[in-house]
Ligand binder design. Sequence first.
Ligand code: GRF
Length: 218
Amino acid sequence: MGEYLKLAVLISGRGSNLQALIGAAATAAFPAEIVRVISNVSGAGGLERAAAAGISTAVVPHRDYPDRESFESSLSEEILGSGAELVVLAGFMRLLTATFVEEWRDRLINIHPSLLPAFKGLHTHERVLEAGVRYTGCTVHYVRPEMDEGPVIVQAAVPVLPGDDADTLAARVLEQEHVIYPLAVRLIAENRVRVKAERALIDDAGLGAPVATINPAP
Ligand code: GRF
């Protein structure tokens, strides 16, 4: 590992989490750099964000491949070719096979807009509102073959407020996603995260764990 941990960021859409990582990486103290942004969708907004930041981009359109295996082998080639050491899923909307996930085991992370293991899958905010829970949030976790499973690295909680709809709730959660994704990457890049018995253990160097927050504080 060099001075900076090398990241490949995988996207499918607008790339606001990518933007948060680009912003973090632009600060001198941040111990990671984005070496390639890869999208499975050619028009993804995040590709423009990457280009604007001078980051190399690649498009691997899943529709051009007959099956998941061939798609993923192109994906792996792009990642390996970039020299990335950590693969960061940031709104990447393809399910990955167990083969790919195992190839990148503990070097593959994802962000999900709920407090996992609650509300896995799509339409999270609608389901949170339907369930009537008082808090939701977001989770950065290591990826495992089962969807939205894997050791939790960082979580932030936000309140569900009276009058919320899926959009207002999504915006409140997204603000915290942009805080915790760079934080999780920083902890990994500083070698402060290790997985033991399927738990992500954080060495907080005695500073107090920044890995769980409630926003705003009660
Ligand atoms: C985020 O809500 C993330 O949690 C989910 O997909 C969305 C991606 O948004 N996995 P963006 O493309 O980063 O703006």
